[in-house]
Design a binder for this molecule. Structure first.
Ligand SMILES: NC(=O)c1ccc[n+]([C@@H]2O[C@H](COP(=O)([O-])OP(=O)(O)OC[C@H]3O[C@@H](n4cnc5c(N)ncnc54)[C@H](O)[C@@H]3O)[C@@H](O)[C@H]2O)c1
Length: 424
């Protein structure tokens, strides 16, 4: 079950990459980029594969494959997750690392993009094997990572515990404490407050900015959230606490609707008790197709990719869509929504809050000055607000979609850094 979910999230990122790569090709033409500029952006700076033996619980030794891609470091050390997946390929990691470069530039944090991982099915590893595989991988790549070279983070099927094994192995090799080598650590060992809900909160800040631009008061619209996992439930909770009316939420079993609003604190309790949001008292059960078609004003897809497509796009009635999931809307459906003047806030902007708080964790580790939750919140708000302003301005000036504006803005920032360095 868990593994199926991981497969889906893995393929979600593949779809995001594909969509962005398609959009990039039209962007190259739009910006009339030179051959040198395209060539420089087209390839990762460093991309490598390591092979290493690990002793399994059976006593036998098994060979594993690991990859790491450091895409573009013009703006700073590279940053990106480590995922464990049986179908991981270096080509796919290159696309993901490129997207990380774009996201970091978009929210103006001084990092380039990276991505890496191990070809492994974690379902088939014991905890001890998982630890030995992680440590062996880090020994192989230790010369190429570091707080000012490349900083890993959690991704699909890796978590805070794995980050701590990475930290510990790296510190053993270096023989000194280096908490800034990795982000996504538990707060007790150098992690940052807010990290657990940073993606959702970053998206909420962006949504608030969008509503200001549209001169819409939160009391005028209600919100529907598709997906009630880490990202969706935190987004619903934060919006509810801020006084938004959340009229519908859903998970893989289905959704619930109450036009007067749901008490999200109680919905979270109900889901913890029963395993799903459905059958919540004082609400009507609906399907996942129906939630997308509600007359809700604000729609937040926070589940899987490809949820809104040609077949159902005409049913969508929201005025604002915040893409917290990766690639929840196909390119064709996106165009149709934009033609209908729906404000579509793209995933690369809407869900960038996670990497911003990773950056804050890195700063706190380097300075050994740990921030209160309030300070993290304020600084996250500032970063997201600034990124939104820049993207929205381009969008208005060039009459283009927010996705195009976001990609354009990031690419121009990266190319500018390359020019300053004399690489162009
Ligand atoms: N976790 C992060 O920080 C992060 C960052 C960036 C992007 N994302 C993206 O956000 C999305 C959600 O990630 P998450 O970490 O919350 O995952 P999660 O596994 O915690 O939650 C996924 C939720 O979607 C629900 N779901 C599954 N199938 C569904 C369906 N057909 N209809 C409606 N709901 C369905 C599940 O029941 C669950 O509630 C993914 O696209 C992920 O790539 C997550």
């Amino acid at each position: 079950m868990i593994h199926n979910k991981i497969e889906r999230i893995h393929s979600d990122s593949a779809i995001t990459c594909k969509l962005c790569m398609q959009e990039m090709e039209t962007l190259y033409e739009h910006l009339a980029m030179s051959r040198e500029e395209i060539d420089l952006l087209d390839v990762p700076k460093r991309s490598f594969t390591v092979h290493f033996p690990v002793r399994m619980d059976s006593g036998k030794v098994k060979m594993f494959i690991g990859h790491r891609v450091q895409y573009n470091d013009a703006r700073g050390p590279t940053k990106g997750g480590i995922r464990y997946h049986p179908e991981l390929t270096v080509e796919y990691l290159q696309d993901l690392a490129f997207l990380m470069s774009i996201k970091c530039a978009l929210v103006d944090i001084p990092f380039g993009g990276a991505k890496g991982g191990i070809v492994a099915n974690t379902k088939e590893l014991s905890r001890g094997e998982l630890e030995r595989v992680t440590r062996a991988y880090i020994r192989e790549i230790a010369d190429y990572i570091g707080p000012f070279k490349d900083i890993p983070a959690p991704d699909v099927y890796t978590d805070g515990q794995i980050m701590i094994w990475i930290l510990d192995e790296f510190e053993k090799i270096r023989r000194e404490h280096t908490p800034s080598i990795v982000t996504g650590k538990p707060v007790e060992l150098g992690g940052s407050h807010v990290r657990k809900y940073s993606t959702s909160l970053g998206g909420v800040f962006i949504l608030e900015e969008a509503l200001k631009k549209l001169e819409i008061d939160k009391s005028e619209l209600c919100v529907a959230v598709q997906g009630f996992g880490k990202v969706g439930s935190n987004a619903a909770r934060i919006l509810y606490e801020k006084g938004f009316t959340i009229c519908a939420v859903s998970d893989s079993a289905g959704g619930i609707f109450n036009e007067d609003g749901l008490n999200i604190t109680e919905v979270i309790d109900h889901k913890t008790r029963t395993g799903s949001v459905i059958d919540f008292p004082e609400s009507q059960n609906i399907t996942n197709e129906q939630i997308l078609a509600l007359d809700c004003g604000i729609l937040i897809p926070a589940a899987l990719s490809n949820q809104i497509k040609r077949e159902n796009v005409n049913d969508v009635r929201a005025k604002v869509i915040l893409e917290l999931a990766n690639a929840p809307i196909t390119m064709e459906a996106s165009r149709m929504l934009i033609d209908r003047d729906v404000l579509l806030i793209p995933d690369i902007l809407a869900n960038a809050g996670g990497v911003v708080v990773s950056y804050f964790e890195w700063i706190q580790n380097l300075s050994q000055d740990y921030w209160e939750e309030e300070k993290v919140l304020e600084r996250l708000r500032e970063k997201m607000k600034t990124a939104f302003e820049k993207v929205y301005t381009i969008c208005l000036e060039q009459n283009c979609s927010m996705r195009r504006a976001a990609l354009q803005f990031s690419v121009e920032r990266i190319l500018y850094a390359e020019r300053l360095r004399g690489n162009l």
